[in-house]
Design a protein around this ligand. Structure first.
Ligand code: 4NP
Length: 154
């Protein structure tokens, strides 16, 4: 199974989801069975490490994001990944515009599929520290449900 998380810049929300899912898969003994990555619809931060505020908030919860580097999503990703999960509706719209007609990836809104209470992970980039905590809260609970689905599909 291959999972790709996508946000706008690939320095806040999607790298958080990548780090959290990797950690939870490790805990579940499934680390080698699922490929996890993240990407941005935009290219401004390609090659950059996650935002310092994102890294700090994640590390306080035990998620080390320091080795991650931003990349931009590309059309061939739709034939490599099984599941592509967008952080907000704007990301989903941009992904639909990029999606090839016969890609194998299932494209969905991360929280709509794995939370149900809220649809979008709000962009924390222009917010205060609380925004980064909210991203972690939403991503952690959705990843718990995603791990259950992945277990069932392996
Ligand atoms: P992300 O947050 O999409 O969660 O990585 C953002 C990061 C950078 C920008 C916007 C959102 N930006 O405009 O540079």
């Amino acid at each position: 199974m291959r999972v790709l998380f996508v946000c706008l810049g690939n320095i806040c929300r999607s790298p958080t989801a990548e780090g959290v899912l990797r950690h939870k898969l490790q805990e579940a003994g499934l680390a080698g069975r699922v490929e996890v990555a993240s990407a941005g619809t935009g290219n401004w931060h390609v090659g950059a490490a996650p935002d310092k505020r994102t890294q700090r908030a994640a590390l306080l919860r035990g998620f080390d994001l320091s080795a991650l580097r931003a990349q931009q999503v590309v059309a061939p990703d739709f034939n490599h990944y099984d599941l592509i999960l967008a952080m907000d509706l704007s990301n989903l719209r941009d992904l639909k515009a990029l999606q090839p007609a016969h890609g194998k990836a299932e494209l969905d809104l991360f929280l709509r599929r794995f939370d149900g209470v809220k649809d979008e992970v709000p962009d924390p980039y222009y917010d205060g520290e609380d925004g980064f905590e909210e991203v972690l809260d939403l991503v952690e609970s959705a990843c718990d449900l995603l791990v259950i689905e992945l277990k069932g599909r392996l």
